[in-house]
Design a protein around this ligand. Structure first.
Ligand SMILES: [Zn+2]
Length: 426
């Protein structure tokens, strides 16, 4: 199986790609438009340098070759969301090419990263088709991967990693990402156009894997075609067969000159996958755990950096996991407290967190280790067969671990270690 993606994301700029209209969300349709983004004859696009700068940063973050002289083309087609009949985009002279995205066990090639304008939003309502040009001219990057993804697991990891990297470049990863998905279980490639959102992307892939798999099982061959995804039913259906494959006209955009990207300063290159790998190696810790903690929360990374020298790395990670479990954002101000308590092996419950947030003092009941061990010995003595059983199945002491953990307010894994210690000394 081979899967390749074309992912479209909006760039975090204040104004549109070729005019000075705002990109901010507004409920009033067609309130942020001008002759350029609506495509009036005679209007001239002016390139938004900030959009190119961010696109260049993304290209670098995805290990691409960055082009110094970029230019634009017109992709000519007729559709109501594009009254000027062409979309300004890039093809061979795009901002980035030949990159890759590092997954835990493989690299997924990035064929191309191009800058383009979003068309208008089409709203179909009660037999009418409405057009909102506020979206028209919003700067996008299209990221085209090589068909290197071979399992559903890899697809998930790829999407997660890509979103993480984009987040660190300032892209709003909560936006609805639009993706075209190429997927082939046999020779011919099937394309699923315009899948909106990550959940739908995975669902569309799952459906296609099953559908094409069933055809092959029956001795058939999946046809080359373009399909569309229906989110309501979770299925894909044919929209174009190969004999009517679309053909766009491409011509150079004469209203924009060749643009020099050399002197555009890129964003600071904080690449979460590299940072997580660095930390994992340095502290002999788990890469995926670290990446998941810092993925969409740059604040978590700042906390790691702040406390890395002072505290044990395992304690820092455990504390961040506690924050995540309780939905506490990194910047909520309770981390230092949680870290301190975790370091003293105090179990952070919801009640403890409540006290911390209210500014109350968390009382630390200190018990001496011999005292805890004595309780364990007493419990073991109450059933003479338990130590024998323990050699075959460690779970038989679960009730002791639970009791100890609750009674002395220590974490279950620490309680388990104490129980094991006592048994070994018997
Ligand atoms: Zn405009």
């Amino acid at each position: 199986m081979k899967i390749g993606l074309e992912v479209h994301v909006a760039l975090p700029t204040k104004t549109k790609l070729f005019c000075s209209d705002s990109t901010s969300e507004t409920r009033e349709p067609n309130s942020q438009i001008c002759p350029i983004c609506v495509g009036f004859p005679g209007s001239r696009p002016v390139l938004n340098e900030e959009a190119v700068r961010v696109a260049k940063s993304i290209a670098i973050a995805l290990n691409c070759r960055v082009r110094e002289d970029i230019s634009f083309i017109r992709k000519v087609y007729f559709y109501p969301d594009l009254p000027k009949s062409f979309q300004i985009t890039q093809l061979s002279e795009s901002i980035g090419s030949d990159g890759f995205l590092e997954l835990e066990k493989k690299r997924v090639g990035i064929r191309r990263i191009q800058i383009e304008e979003d068309p208008a939003r089409i709203i179909r309502e009660e037999g009418y088709t409405l057009l909102d040009f506020n979206r028209s001219g919003i700067p996008l990057v299209e990221i085209v991967t090589e068909p290197d993804i071979t399992t559903e697991e890899e697809l998930r990891e790829m999407v997660f990693t890509l979103r993480t990297i984009l987040h660190y470049q300032g892209v709003d990863v909560n936006q609805e990402v639009k993706t075209d998905l190429n997927i082939s279980l046999a020779e011919e490639r099937v394309e699923i156009k315009n899948v909106t959102g990550i959940k739908n992307l995975i669902a569309a892939a799952q459906y296609e894997i099953t559908r094409q798999g069933a055809i092959i099982k029956k001795g058939g061959v999946p046809e080359k075609e373009t399909r569309s995804f229906d989110a309501a039913s979770g299925t894909t259906k044919t929209s174009r067969k190969k004999e009517s494959e679309e053909e766009y006209g491409f011509i150079y955009e004469p209203d924009l000159t060749v643009y020099d990207t050399k002197n555009l300063s890129e964003n600071a290159m904080r690449i979460p996958t590299k940072i997580a790998m660095g930390l994992a190696v340095k502290h002999k810790a788990n890469y995926s755990t670290i990446l998941e903690l810092i993925a969409f929360d740059t604040g978590a990374l700042n906390l790691i950096n702040e406390f890395e020298e002072e505290f044990d790395f395992k304690t820092i990670i455990a504390s961040l996991e506690i924050m995540k479990r309780f939905g506490e954002p990194a910047n909520s101000g309770v981390f230092k407290e949680i870290l301190g308590l975790t370091d003293q092996k105090i179990d952070i419950t919801r009640d403890v967190l409540k006290k911390i947030k209210a500014g109350d003092k968390v009382e630390i009941k200190k018990f001496s280790e011999p005292q805890i061990d004595e309780t364990i010995r007493e419990m073991l003595n109450s059933d003479k067969t338990i130590v024998e059983k323990y050699k075959k199945n460690k779970n038989v002491v679960n009730f002791i671990v639970g009791t100890i953990s609750k009674k002395y307010g220590i974490q279950p894994r620490d309680a388990a270690a104490r129980v094991e210690g006592v048994i070994n000394k018997l």
